[in-house]
Design a protein around this ligand. Structure first.
Ligand code: HEM
Ligand code: HEM
Length: 189
């Protein structure tokens, strides 16, 4: 058995949660963007002779977005729980536990990429919760803003990892690792 049942459940829950986090970011930047929606509100209300200021439109647009964005935070808690579970599995689970040095150069690179993604996910969790609780932590708004910039920068690593991960798996599937994708479903090599 290459991957234990807990490891496989962990992988798929983690994939769902990370894709969910990306979905909330996508909505925030597109259909629920406060900039776009405050314009729509201003224009549509003007058509029915209601004048509001851009500041008021901004408040309304942000209120429309708020319920959706709560999912970013909820999924954020789920991500932290999953990372804690992954660390537990690292010590208690025998899945994928070949020694790093015994791996081929190619596999070493693949594993390094995974370590890099784990580090990025840990960074996303720490920075995300610092921004979320910045007042309670006694941080200045400008500091929280700087951390948010880093959070948003590191988001691109996650964004590019996913297509790279899938492409890598499809290539491996065609070359010499037939069944690598389904092994994360049934666990066998
Ligand atoms: C949705 C399609 C996905 C498929 C079919 C898939 C499939 C797989 C497979 C087959 C492996 C084992 C590869 C190997 O032995 O090197 C793997 C590992 C991994 N996947 Fe995915 N994955 C998907 C999405 C994701 C997403 C969205 C994430 C989010 C970060 C993710 C994170 C990881 C990580 C971190 C590992 C390394 C696990 C470890 O060995 O510690 N995967 N994936
Ligand atoms: C894979 C993990 C994550 C990704 C890819 C991600 C991505 C992002 C992105 C791109 C933004 C900027 C959105 C914008 O201003 O347009 C953002 C903001 C934010 N994220 Fe995350 N995030 C992740 C995890 C987390 C976690 C674990 C938390 C913890 C609660 C969190 C909390 C926040 C907060 C509080 C903001 C600022 C929202 C605001 O300014 O109103 N994120 N995130």
């Amino acid at each position: 058995m290459k991957y234990s049942i807990p490891f496989r459940i962990w992988h798929w829950l983690n994939a769902l949660v990370v894709l969910g986090l990306l979905a909330t970011v996508f909505l925030r930047k597109t259909f629920l963007s406060w900039r776009a929606n405050s314009e729509i509100l201003l224009n549509e209300l003007a058509k029915i002779d209601i004048e509001i200021t851009s500041a008021q439109a901004k408040v309304l647009a942000k209120a429309i977005r708020a319920g959706m964005w709560e999912w970013h935070i909820l999924l954020g808690y789920a991500l932290v729980a999953l990372l804690a579970w992954r660390i537990y599995l690292m010590f208690k689970d025998s899945s994928n536990k070949e020694s790093f040095l015994s791996l081929s150069l190619h596999k070493k690179m693949v594993h390094l990429l995974y370590y890099f993604i784990y580090a990025t996910l840990i960074f996303m969790s720490i920075s995300g919760f610092i921004i979320y609780f910045y007042q309670g932590l006694g941080l200045l708004k400008t500091t929280a803003h700087d951390i948010k910039e880093l959070h948003e920068l590191a988001f691109h690593i996650i964004l590019y990892f996913i297509p790279l991960h899938l492409l890598g798996l499809v290539i491996a599937e065609f070359r010499d690792e037939k069944g690598v994708i389904s092994s994360m479903v049934h666990g066998k090599t």
